[in-house]
Design a protein around this ligand. Structure first.
Ligand SMILES: [Zn+2]
Length: 434
């Protein structure tokens, strides 16, 4: 059942982080820029490198620093190649003004596309933290994937629909300005405003079409998975099929990129190859995650937790805590009160930051990470999505507590990967027997 052996190397962790971003980022937007083959793709975003510029319905709107590069490239392409074709007799400044306005329009179009995914998610009670615009497009940071065919279908399809609607609105505006007198696209002459509308029609149409490509994790790939899931009732199988198709498309993109490069379209070719590569690594990482989750099916927290827990009392001084870390050679430890109730987590690096002369006055409670940032499971909970939560919260451990938050056990990421690996070996041995 699991043909490929999971590869548990340290490098794997990196894959996981990359993948986290991927599963959280809801979709990939790709935009073709006239004949240059310039593309936008979203992969993952770093909040450290982006700036929040506003908030819509509780969703932070962020701009990644790489958007500057995209802005300049797009504005240049539009003003140099697109606009002179349709608007005649402008000076260079005029074309640049049109290019800049059109570029702003592209980012607004992508933002609206992302907002539609986000609003649909919120409608289903799935919180959305932020939308980030960056060099390759836009990404919605949706807190979890809906494991429901109907919800996934709605959240995915609303994006392309929104793009098609915006395209239609621009088309209506354009026709209302010009009337229906287009004869051929070859020799049309447009006024500057008409040209911007025309660009709005094209860009949103392309946004919609590209996102409908059934290459997971593009919207089309998610739509495909939701349909397969609905038909077969098997989320795992549906994911396998749609991600495999996603991988084929990623090779296809890389191939097209290589061919473009070969025929002399250097920038366009490299760009498409990079997109193919990003798609590929994204889908691969996603597959790893789904595979692990599948292997951990029906594993219950209390059966795998480590019950020999070394913990720190919240009343310990920083000095005593440092001694404790040194004694047990740990980098982080759970913090409990006198009754064993979990209060938080303390890291050795944070204790070391406390100035030496204050290490006896301050105690653990002053600097610990609060419980609300930790991943807590009850003993009877299934832990198949624990890895996902660890990645999302950037934590390496799950704490198992009873209903009163008394700490009963700890499960580390390594434990889970080991269990997954053992189960895989078991399935493989069963497989080879037949
Ligand atoms: Zn989308």
């Amino acid at each position: 059942m699991c043909e490929e052996k999971l590869n548990f190397k340290p490098m794997y962790d990196y894959q996981f982080w990359l993948m986290t971003e991927y599963t959280l980022s809801y979709n990939v937007n790709i935009t073709f820029e006239n004949h240059e083959g310039r593309l936008n793709l979203d992969v993952f975003t770093s909040t450290q490198l982006s700036l929040q510029v506003g908030k819509i319905s509780g969703i932070g709107i962020r701009l990644h620093f790489t958007i500057i590069v995209a802005f300049v490239l797009l504005a240049w392409t539009i003003s140099t190649y697109f606009m002179p074709q349709y608007v005649h007799d402008l000076n260079e400044t005029g074309y640049w003004v049109l290019g800049i306005i059109s570029t702003v329009l592209v980012f607004f179009s992508i933002l609206l596309h992302e907002l539609s995914h986000s609003f649909m998610s919120q409608k289903y009670g799935i919180p959305v933290k932020s939308i980030t615009l960056f060099i390759f497009g836009g990404v919605s940071d949706i807190s979890k994937e809906p494991k429901s065919a109907h919800k996934e279908f709605s959240i995915a399809i609303v994006g392309p629909i929104t793009s098609f609607i915006i395209s239609g609105i621009f088309a209506i505006l354009l026709f209302s300005l010009r009337g229906f007198e287009f004869t051929s696209f070859e020799n049309i002459q447009l006024s500057p405003i008409e040209a911007i509308m025309f660009y709005g029609v094209i860009i949103n149409l392309l946004l919609g079409i590209f996102n409908m490509i059934p290459a997971f994790p593009l919207d089309g790939g998610r739509i495909l998975r939701s349909i397969l899931f609905r038909v077969n009732g098997d989320f795992y199988k549906a994911t396998k099929t749609s991600t495999t198709i996603g991988i084929i498309f990623s090779y296809f993109f890389m191939g097209i990129g290589a061919v473009s490069l070969f025929v002399g379209n250097t920038i366009g070719g490299i760009w498409i190859m990079v997109i193919g590569w990003f798609l590929h690594s994204g889908v691969k990482s996603y597959q790893y995650y789904v595979e692990i989750e599948h292997l951990l099916q029906n594993v219950v927290a209390k059966d795998v937790m480590e019950t020999q827990i070394i913990s720190i009392k919240s009343s310990f001084s920083i000095q005593k805590t440092l001694d404790y870390f040194q004694m047990h050679l740990k980098s982080e430890l759970p913090v409990v009160d006198d009754n064993g109730i979990l209060l938080g987590l303390i890291k050795n690096t944070d204790t070391l930051k406390v100035e030496e002369n204050k290490r006896n006055e301050k105690n653990v409670q002053d600097i610990m990470m609060s419980k609300k940032n930790l991943i807590i499971f009850n003993p009877d909970a299934k832990i198949d999505d624990a890895i996902m939560q660890m990645m999302k919260k950037r934590q390496g451990k799950v704490f198992v507590c009873d209903i009163h938050d008394k700490l009963l056990g700890v499960i580390s990421k390594t434990d889970l990967l080991t269990i997954a690996s053992e189960r895989q070996n078991y399935f493989q041995s069963m497989h080879s027997k037949t």
